[in-house]
Design a protein around this ligand. Structure first.
Ligand code: HEM
Length: 316
């Protein structure tokens, strides 16, 4: 069922100072410029939607959604791309570059890279069958990165339920947000090194599912580490609630995912979402809006609208 969310509380400006109408006069063609590029990137490579959605999460969890993730390493400048969990894993940067170039052509110097990441994530979800919503905008781009925080704040596949709850509460996101946002794992793929321990060493896993995983991912660490498996084995390129159905059947390939349904306080919500795609979609939108409002940069002197998403603007 197609859901278009127009939550009354987010109709225009949110408590973080972001607004759905931010570019309505400064860049009226913004949305019609971004969406076809996201669509065509997904048409070329169906996994690209997963990449774009994940970029938003990995950007927002490190000092807020400020496009710090997009900055390349340079002499005397360490970015966030090459620290775990981004290194050899985060993807979609070229598509953001493509969108930014197109947006610069229609409204030069107006639209931040941070907002482009937010719009691309939103468009991805809608294109792949998920809910549609109005996105809050008006963020600026950072002039600095924080690789150490990136390494600490973004949870890994080893995380326990308590750790996940802690990391999300550090970003002012509650347990409901955690469970709803994790539903993003209805899309995309994970590398063998991220699910090896689960398929070889854990008990709370469906036997046939573990067997299928073992056929792909060798037991010995270091061999086949980068071999990919879909996180949602059922419908990896459709944004639906099958992720939760999988968890209920103990078919989550990541330890961190299965933690959400392992006898703890989030079990009942996983069950609810597995039975009601509508509830999942509603809560996912709310949580995406909350995640998008983490600590936004909305004024100088620390923020800017970058000309190229991979580099801070030159000072002169
Ligand atoms: C709850 C804590 C989370 C943990 C521990 C986690 C961990 C992971 C891991 C380990 C992977 C596989 C990476 C690889 O093997 O290269 C992954 C992939 C992914 N994650 Fe998460 N994630 C979390 C939350 C989120 C959230 C909140 C989103 C977005 C809203 C998200 C979106 C994705 C997507 C779409 C993929 C697939 C990417 C691809 O195919 O390239 N994740 N995540």
């Amino acid at each position: 069922m197609a859901i278009f969310m127009t939550l009354a509380l987010v109709a225009s400006t949110d408590s973080a100072g972001l607004s759905t109408a931010f570019y309505s006069s400064s860049c009226p063609k913004l949305f019609s410029t971004v969406k076809p590029i996201v669509q065509s990137a997904i048409n070329k490579n169906p996994r690209m939607g997963a990449c774009l959605l994940r970029l938003f999460f990995h950007d927002c969890f490190v000092n807020g959604c400020d496009a710090s993730l997009l900055l390349d390493d340079a002499p005397n400048f360490i970015g966030e791309k090459n620290v775990p969990p981004n290194k050899n894993s985060a993807c979609g940067f070229e598509v953001i570059d493509q969108i930014k170039s197109a947006v610069e052509r229609v409204c030069p110097g107006r639209v931040s890279c941070a907002d482009i990441v937010a719009i691309a994530a939103r468009d991805t979800v809608g294109i792949l069958g998920g809910p549609k919503w109005e996105v809050q905008l008006g963020r600026l781009d950072a002039r600095a990165t924080n690789p150490i925080i990136a390494n600490i704040s973004i949870p890994t596949s080893k995380a326990s339920l308590n750790e996940l709850i802690l990391r999300f509460s550090g970003a002012a996101l509650n347990q409901r947000d955690l469970v709803a946002l994790s539903g993003a794992h209805t899309l995309g793929q994970a590398q063998c090194y991220n699910f090896r321990k689960r398929i070889y060493n854990e008990d709370n896993i469906n036997n046939d599912f573990a067997e299928q995983g073992r056929a792909k991912c060798p037991k010995t660490p270091g061999s086949g580490d980068a071999i990919l498996a879909s996180i949602d084995a059922e419908t990896p390129t459709v944004f639906d609630n099958s992720y939760y159905k999988n968890l209920v059947q103990k078919k989550g390939p990541l330890h961190s995912d299965q933690q959400l349904f392992s006898g703890g306080q989030t079990d009942s919500l996983v069950k609810t979402y597995s039975e009601s795609q509508e509830s999942f979609f509603m809560d996912f939108v709310i949580a995406m809006l909350k995640m998008g409002s983490i600590n936004p940069l909305i004024g100088p002197p620390f923020g800017e609208v970058r000309v190229i998403c991979r580099r801070i603007n030159p000072l002169f």
